[in-house]
Design a protein around this ligand. Structure first.
Ligand code: MN
Length: 736
């Protein structure tokens, strides 16, 4: 039995609530406290019978989230109310209308947003991606939804201890995958670091504890070092017109761990365990001068490394970060990073987005618009995007992580693009039309190709031609989501136009043969030509990949023998009987494809091309061994009903589990279709998973590097033999 001291719990709740009020007090206007109290009492009542996994009263969670929102993000009354109520609609009988009626139209949309994105996240599924997409959509409405969601996530991570292990892993991987990068992008450094540290704590606990202990042990030595370092400088800093403050902050556990891993060194050899931060409290109009003045003083005493000077005051980062960083040589012969910034800059660096607004009235900071630009770019991406949600999240994530490159238009306007952007990315950033017709560019007056990688400070002029058309190759060297999605759209349009022609040809042929072009017929022709969709089929016909004359042969070979089975197809067309047939099959013994690859040979059916993860079944053919079909294959009803005894249950085992990663280098003479021949062999013939492929062609020589998962060396040898047989391939090597 759980022993609950109700009186004691009431005291704890009130204490936490008062703490929240105290933090909020400086920002409150008339009547605010009353509203907050109402929200608190509402939440208290709504959650009164609920407890968290740890056993404590549930209300402590919303109070904590609200406290984080005020204290660590700098949000105000509306957000406090929303944070207090954030789980009410989801977990209790309260409806959105109740919130609207009781708390008005300022709070309601935020709660609505928070409720919508709290659905079940399933790592790596489209559901999760879809949820994340929804969450970002709220950016365009009210960024506070995401800020409160981050506060919610932070508190859940802080209290992850009491969750079962599988939940811990799920929540923490989601955190490192999406929330930490998002916090970074919104400039919430402190929260981002804490999320990362907590992630490490729950995934590699020993490492985490080890590093944390060592940071603790070295504290005294570090403080001594900092005192010695500051000593000589202080006298000069005292002569400044403004008050200043010096901090020596250790790096986060997570970033130290990353450094140790990356450079393969022990803790003791990480030289920049901490940075020294000098914060000047200078008024806005003197900020820049003040920071450089401090820089000048520091470098009078210590020699700076010229390669490590970072001026994010003149050109702030896209998330609004402003600071002057330099690395100098200390007396002990150790490099030390010194960060110089003003009080305002420090506030923004720590608290991010919300702090921007605080300073908005007093100072029109041009970098605020940069953050707004980023948000509007996200919005644009969300609105123009018709790619699948998972693809979208991947694109978005790669943009979250990358740093920026700064370039100029011919008129001298500054543009910020993701790192490694090319001239073509720049063209698409200006306008889709400019991108679509981009022929090349002039960078600093010199002619460069489309795939030229932009460098900081480049001045870029785009050259266009009306004859230019987007090509699939372009996708290989653009990095911005905008360029990628626009090129895909344009290619799709192109393909659709061409496919229209192909469709006409197919329909004409069928008419000549007096066959009604029903979906079923088209689907069979598609399977006959080994294409995935009717669009691919039409496109293949239009571009000459397939010979339309073959449709006649298709008629002779395929349609004729179907006459006798037609009535069976009809009888299976209702969903129930199909399900029934499937169930029969599912009861049988399993064939785990992938586990005994050497023993059980099989072929992938061309009609439906199943891939790992698809629901599949095996079919024993007369001459070709076992063929694997998708359960959704258009031929499935027929096979299952007519030849049930030849059907074997099949299931994909996880390839990764039993596979290891190998690298292949492929050299040959370039020709049209070579890459597709190579990838065809790798992915469909030998059922190998490719992790990455990079291809270089120069003067007609083709060099490809492929990372793939194979089951055994025997398997790999077989693959190498097959690849060697491809026309044009000269050499295939393994490398590590
Ligand atoms: Mn919550």
């Amino acid at each position: 039995m759980l022993n609950i001291d109700v009186e004691e719990e009431r005291k704890v709740i009130l204490r936490e609530y008062r703490k929240l009020l105290k933090k909020a007090k400086p920002f409150l206007k008339d009547g605010d406290a009353k509203l907050i109290k109402k929200a608190f009492l509402t939440s208290l009542e709504a959650h009164k019978d609920m407890r968290r996994k740890s056993g404590e009263p549930y209300i402590l969670h919303p109070i904590a989230v609200a406290t984080i929102a005020v204290e660590e993000i700098g949000l105000g009354t509306t957000s406090i109310i929303a944070a207090l109520l954030h789980d009410v609609v989801e977990d209790t009988d309260w409806e959105m209308e109740d919130i609207e009626r009781e708390f008005g139209m300022k709070v309601a949309p935020i709660i609505d947003g928070l409720t919508k994105i709290s659905g079940v996240f399933e790592y790596g599924t489209s559901q999760q991606a879809e949820n994340f997409r929804k969450m970002l959509l709220t950016l365009s409405k009210d960024v506070r939804v995401i800020l409160i969601k981050l506060a919610d996530r932070l508190h859940n991570m802080r209290t992850l201890e009491s969750m079962p292990r599988n939940k811990q892993l799920k929540i923490t991987s989601e955190t490192i995958y999406l929330y930490a990068p998002l916090a970074h992008r919104l400039g919430l450094y402190a929260i981002k670091s804490e999320l990362e540290d907590l992630h490490l704590k729950y995934t590699e606990n020993e490492v985490y504890r080890d590093i944390a202990a060592k940071i603790n042990e070295t504290r005294a030595a570090r403080q001594k070092f900092i005192r010695n370092f500051i000593g000589p400088v202080e006298g000069e800093l005292d002569k400044l017109k403004w008050p200043y403050n010096i901090k020596g902050r250790p790096k986060s556990i997570y970033s130290i761990w990353n450094k140790m891993k990356k450079q393969n060194i022990p803790f003791e050899e990480v030289y920049d365990l901490f940075a020294i931060r000098i914060i000047v409290d200078a008024p806005v109009e003197n900020e820049k001068a003040a920071c450089w003045e401090v820089y000048s003083i520091v470098t009078d005493f210590y020699k700076p490394n010229p390669d490590r000077l970072r001026d994010w005051i003149s050109t702030p980062k896209a998330n609004g970060y402003e600071s002057l960083h330099t690395t100098v040589m200390s007396e002990k012969g150790q490099w030390v990073e010194v960060q110089i910034r003003t009080k305002r800059m420090d506030d923004i660096a720590e608290k991010g987005y919300a702090a921007h607004w605080k300073y908005k009235d007093s100072y029109t900071n041009p970098e605020q618009t940069r953050l707004e630009q980023w948000i509007s770019r996200v919005r644009e991406m969300l609105e123009s995007n018709d790619t699948s949600a998972i693809e979208f999240v991947d694109d978005f994530r790669s943009n979250l992580f990358s740093d920026e490159v700064f370039v100029f238009t011919p008129k001298g306007d500054l543009k910020t693009l993701p790192n490694r952007s090319t001239a073509l990315d720049f063209a698409f950033d200006i306008h889709t039309e400019v991108g679509a017709k981009c022929l090349g560019a002039k960078v600093n007056q010199k002619l460069v190709p489309l795939n030229y990688e932009l460098k900081n400070g480049d001045q870029v002029e785009i050259l266009t031609s009306n004859k230019q058309k987007p090509s699939k190759d372009w996708l290989r060297f653009v990095v911005s989501s905008k360029a990628k999605s626009k090129i895909k759209d344009l290619l799709k349009e192109d393909k659709k136009m061409a496919a229209l022609e192909g469709k006409e040809i197919v329909f004409r042929k069928l008419k000549q043969m007096k066959i009604d072009p029903r979906d079923e017929v088209i689907n069979k022709i598609r399977a006959y030509f080994d294409e995935k969709t009717p669009l691919d089929l039409y496109y293949g016909i239009a571009t000459g990949k397939h010979d339309a004359k073959l449709i006649k042969r298709f008629q002779e070979e395929v349609l004729k023998e179907k006459d006798n089975s037609n009535h069976r197809i009809q009888s299976l067309n209702d969903a129930n009987s199909f399900e029934r047939e499937l169930k029969k099959v599912k009861g049988q013994d399993m064939l785990l494809i992938g586990e005994d690859l050497d023993v059980v040979d099989y072929k992938i059916a061309a009609c439906c091309n199943p891939i790992p993860g698809d629901e599949v079944f095996g079919f024993v053919t007369v001459n070709e061994g076992i063929k694997i079909h998708r359960t959704s294959c258009p031929n499935a009803p027929e096979l299952l009903s007519n030849h049930g005894n030849r059907v074997i249950k099949a299931r994909w085992t996880s390839q990764q589990e039993i596979a290891f990663l190998a690298g292949l280098q492929i050299i040959g003479t370039d020709r049209v279709g070579l890459i597709s021949d190579v990838t065809q062999i790798i992915s469909s013939e030998l059922k190998v998973n490719m992790q990455s492929i990079s291809v270089d062609t120069k003067d007609g020589i083709f060099e490809g590097k492929i990372h793939l998962f194979v089951q055994s060396t025997k398997h790999l040898d077989k693959l190498i033999d097959k690849l060697k047989a491809v026309r044009g391939i000269v050499k295939v090597n393994r490398y590590d």
